[in-house]
Write a protein that binds this ligand. Structure first.
Ligand code: MSK
Length: 663
């Protein structure tokens, strides 16, 4: 890419806050209404540069100790500074980094545990409303746990799977069962490096112990434990969350949906479901169709009840029910500022405390539903899984009852876009291989022949320190233009939906000719929406399937594959990034990196880890540089595989596909 082109992709000063027009409209409306939003607060509060670099230690009350990077110390005439206890910058940066991994892993894994508990109760028939929907997937998971599926009936298998899944959290010794889904070569790497996780909770707790004042003071040893913890997340807690959710609620298949704030309807009751766990949102979707509640809405003059999602809950209910998505992380306050949201129902993760203050300026009810996540002042209505539908109906009723309290002055941006979501790794198998012989073979063949240059996982949050959605959209457009197939989850996936990148037609208008040929032949978009944050485990499974199919190396680190989180924000993103790295994937963050204060720790993560794990970290200032680095990595992998030479391009049409299927 030319430097001139790359400059053109840099942040535009005339769009400093967002590149999403609907959000821009609402930011202006909120300001006019005198409402404080995250965009305004970010301008008022500059980030602490020492904390941002991971150089501040506050793990005991002798500090906090500030250990600025060597560059900053030189300016003060200092050579090296240590903390009051003698902790070096390497220890502090590594400790902070692995604590972020533990925080992220705990969030995903506690989500997974909640699903496993409900799963077991549902398998036992103890909770009405939940039942096993995908028995095929249940049997596959049962076989992973070594259950002889011919010996038991479906109910018994469900109970055994529930019990064995739950025991993965408390396992003290041995190896996590789910991690044995990784390619054999990858498992060997983990055993050699002594990072094969034992139990999910055990690794998280041990990380917290080791990072306590005065315990582990060797940065490499700390990072090793961080690696073990991250694998326990990606190949443990997150993967179990995804698998059990699919068995309970159905494995996603491609579904058409709508994205952006324009999905709200002024004349209907609007309920936003926001957070992460689908246990509640699945039931809210059912409750909103209850004739009694629809009649109640009508009695208030509303024409119906609209449910729309924000953040990963949105991805979950879109994939399984086609429920529209109102927006991603940075749009939660803006949705309320429309003035038409009668309730925002939240559970856990990525919920800004400010939504309560914003709601005070309009009429929105903020309803918290999890005992793990309350907001001072907000209405708390505990969602009881044992009485799920009645519980959800009560919550929906509270929203409907709030409809008459609207204050006027509503504004719904006339912006929404259609897109296809729900590409589980099983669906990719199906769509690429064909109905009669599901297989990753055509994907591998198209990577080998060069039509598809490689694969990128572009995932993660929005971050108000960068222009909202700009990082995701710019990077992804550049990747698909260069024939890189993109797999996306989380708020990145929602950004793509709003931009129209999840439509099959995007292949012709935005993708390189090779990628476009494949997408058009198969009927898929060049950007595949694979779900929520825990569904990054689907990307691991897709990468493993590519390896197992053959022809692209023996391990995930051999595949022309890269990962990115251009607008990362949360600890969960750090855990996801590190389990990508631990799985052998080159992974790049946008804008800043949380160990930047230590050159030594950063060099370990960015270079030395490749020797140990085959994957490594990187950072880029902007999406242009990020695309360049990812494509360069993909090309290096192609060269190592001996598939870098240009090959004759043959149009991959339907008759060839039929031949493949018949063969
Ligand atoms: S919701 S973790 S802002 S992706 Fe999963 Fe979005 Fe990041 Fe939350």
């Amino acid at each position: 890419m030319q430097e001139k082109e790359r400059k053109g992709m840099k942040r535009k000063d005339d769009h400093p806050k967002t590149v999403c027009e609907a959000s821009d409209e609402l930011i202006r409306k909120a300001a006019a209404d005198g409402v404080s939003t995250v965009f305004e607060r970010a301008e008022a509060m500059k980030p602490c540069s020492i904390g941002a670099e991971g150089s501040c230690c506050k793990n005991c009350s002798m500090g906090p100790c500030r250990l600025p990077s060597s560059g900053k110390l030189k300016e003060n005439g200092e050579k090296r500074r240590v903390g009051i206890c003698g902790a070096t910058i390497e220890t502090v940066a590594a400790r902070n980094f692995v604590r972020m991994i533990a925080g992220g892993a705990s969030a995903h894994s506690d989500h997974g545990r909640g699903i496993a508990e409900v799963f077991l109760a549902a398998a036992k028939g103890e909770i009405p409303g939940y039942e096993i929907k995908d028995t095929q997937k249940l049997f596959e998971l049962a076989m992973d746990f070594g259950i002889d599926i011919d010996e038991f009936d479906t109910r018994e298998i469900g109970i055994k799977v529930g019990e064995l899944s739950l025991s993965e959290w408390g396992r003290q010794e041995g190896e996590l069962v789910m991690a044995r889904r990784a390619p054999l070569r990858r498992q060997e790497v983990w055993r050699k490096q002594n990072v094969f996780p034992r139990g999910i909770d055990r690794e998280i707790v041990e990380t917290m112990h080791r990072t306590h004042m005065g315990v582990d003071q060797d940065y490499k040893n700390l990072i090793t434990q961080g690696t073990r913890t991250a694998i326990a997340d990606g190949w443990g807690g997150s993967m179990l969350a995804t698998e059990l959710q699919d068995i309970l609620f159905g494995t996603p298949v491609p579904v058409r949906g709508s994205f952006n704030l324009g999905v709200l309807k002024e004349e209907e009751v609007n309920i936003i479901i926001h957070g992460h766990e689908p246990l509640l949102s699945e039931m809210v979707v059912v409750a909103a169709q209850d004739p009694e509640l629809v009649a109640l809405a009508s009695s208030y003059g509303a024409k119906g009840i609209t449910i729309a999602g924000i953040c990963c809950t949105a991805n979950e209910v879109l994939m399984r029910h086609g429920i529209p998505i109102a927006g991603n992380f940075l749009q939660q306050e803006l949705a309320i500022a429309t003035g038409v949201v009668d309730a925002m129902i939240v559970d856990v993760q990525c919920i800004m405390q400010s939504i309560f203050d914003v709601a005070q300026c309009y009429h929105t009810n903020i309803i918290t539903t999890s005992p793990k996540g309350k907001i001072a002042g907000a209405k708390s209505m505990r969602f009881d899984e044992h009485n799920a539908l009645e519980s959800a109906k009560g919550i929906v009723r509270a929203a409907v009852d709030n409809y008459p309290n609207r204050l006027g002055g509503a504004k719904i941006p006339n912006k929404r876009c259609e897109g296809i979501a729900g590409f589980s790794h099983e669906t990719i198998d199906y769509m690429l291989g064909g109905m009669f012989r599901a297989s990753y073979r055509p994907l591998n063949d198209n990577i080998i022949n060069g039509r598809i240059r490689g694969i990128a996982g572009v995932v993660g949050c929005n971050n108000v320190r960068t222009s909202h959605d700009w990082g995701h959209i710019t990077l992804i457009k550049e990747l698909i233009k260069n024939d890189v197939l993109v797999l996306t989850t989380g708020c990145a996936a929602i950004a793509c939906g709003k931009e129209g990148l999840l439509l099959p037609e995007t292949a012709a208008s935005h993708a390189g000719s090779g990628l476009a040929e494949v997408c058009e032949a198969v009927g898929i978009p060049p950007v595949l929406h694979m779900g929520s944050c825990v569904d990054n485990s689907r990307i691991l499974m897709a990468a493993s399937a590519v390896v197992k199919e053959g022809g692209l190396g023996d391990d995930i680190c051999d595949v022309p594959l890269a990962g990115a989180a251009p607008e990362w924000m949360s600890e969960k993103a750090v855990s996801i990034g590190h389990y990508f790295v631990a799985s052998g994937i080159y992974t790049i963050f946008g804008r800043s990196f949380p160990t930047a204060g230590s050159d030594v720790v950063t060099a370990h993560l960015f270079r030395e880890l490749e020797e140990e794990l085959g994957g490594m970290w990187d950072v880029a200032r902007d999406p242009g540089e990020m695309a360049e680095k990812m494509i360069a990595h993909i090309d290096r992998k192609r060269k190592a595989l001996g598939i870098d030479r240009a090959r004759e391009r043959v149009l991959y049409d339907m008759s060839m596909r039929r031949e493949l299927e018949a063969g």
